[in-house]
Design a protein around this ligand. Structure first.
Ligand SMILES: NC(=O)c1ccc[n+]([C@@H]2O[C@H](COP(=O)([O-])OP(=O)(O)OC[C@H]3O[C@@H](n4cnc5c(N)ncnc54)[C@H](OP(=O)(O)O)[C@@H]3O)[C@@H](O)[C@H]2O)c1
Length: 219
């Protein structure tokens, strides 16, 4: 598939780019800077080449990446995600858009707490910024970027997703299962995204306190 990652130069995008390239997908790395996007794309191509993996990764501005793709991942910090989408709204037609966005605050004692926008979740805030023709799926909030980027490692994690379009969720389920050993659990409609997003600060706090790489696994 043709997959764009807006803010594809950042942390969570790295593992997704590498793992989906390995699975044979075409990747468009989006950025505010064309030069930065092309530089990072070349780094990933070289990294994969050293592992003997052929890839098709291109860097470009966020608006062009979104236009090119069938699936668009919004890998941008929470405070800028909805505004970025709004600025490039014309690039969206009927793509499947995925939000892994989680809005968290860090308190003085260094612990993270969930701090959703007034919409109740980042997913609902981003939905409002997108045209109605786009199919929005909420996924990947609970994956630690560092572990995801170690592509030689299989990840025994569950990926809880939600969204209002069943076909779009099926596409994202298949794409996720292209990353070996990951299991997708469909939690239901997009309005439930706040519950998935809210687990993330708990996982981050546990990982810091116990020096672990926890995610979620339902048994
Ligand atoms: N990191 C994780 O482990 C993790 C796990 C699950 C979910 N998430 C979610 O994934 C999203 C991305 O997280 P991340 O850790 O990958 O973020 P990040 O590395 O801090 O940033 C990702 C990219 O966002 C772009 N960006 C930064 N400031 C921006 C602005 N003012 N306007 C538009 N774009 C801007 C940058 O790309 P350019 O400079 O190239 O434009 C940057 O490379 C977040 O919403 C986060 O909640 C992260």
């Amino acid at each position: 598939m043709k997959i764009a990652l807006l803010g594809g130069t950042g942390d969570i995008a790295e593992g997704l780019v590498l793992r989906w390239s390995k699975a044979g997908h075409d990747i468009y790395i989006g950025s505010r800077s064309d030069e930065k996007a092309k530089g990072i794309a070349n780094e990933y191509i070289e990294k994969l080449d050293e592992l003997g993996i052929e890839s098709n990764i291109q860097g470009m501005p966020n608006a062009d990446a979104a236009k090119e793709a069938e699936v668009v991942i919004i890998s941008i910090p929470p405070e800028y995600a909805a505004d970025t989408v709004r600025q490039i709204r014309d690039s969206f037609t009927d793509q499947i858009v995925v939000t892994p966005v989680v809005s968290m605050d860090r308190h003085e004692d260094k612990s993270f707490v969930f701090n959703p926008p007034p919409h109740g979740s980042s997913a609902l805030e981003i939905k409002e910024a997108l045209p109605d023709t786009v199919k929005l799926v909420s996924a990947y909030h609970n994956l630690p970027a560092k572990e995801l980027s170690k592509i030689e490692q299989e990840l025994d994690y569950d990926v809880v997703i939600c969204g209002d379009d069943e076909e779009a969720k099926e596409v994202i389920t298949k794409l996720t299962e292209d990353m070996p050993n990951m299991r997708v659990l469909d939690a239901g409609p997009l309005k439930l995204s706040s519950m998935i997003e809210a687990i993330t600060p708990l996982i981050v706090n546990l990982n810091i306190k116990h020096k672990q790489n926890f995610s979620v696994k339902f048994k």
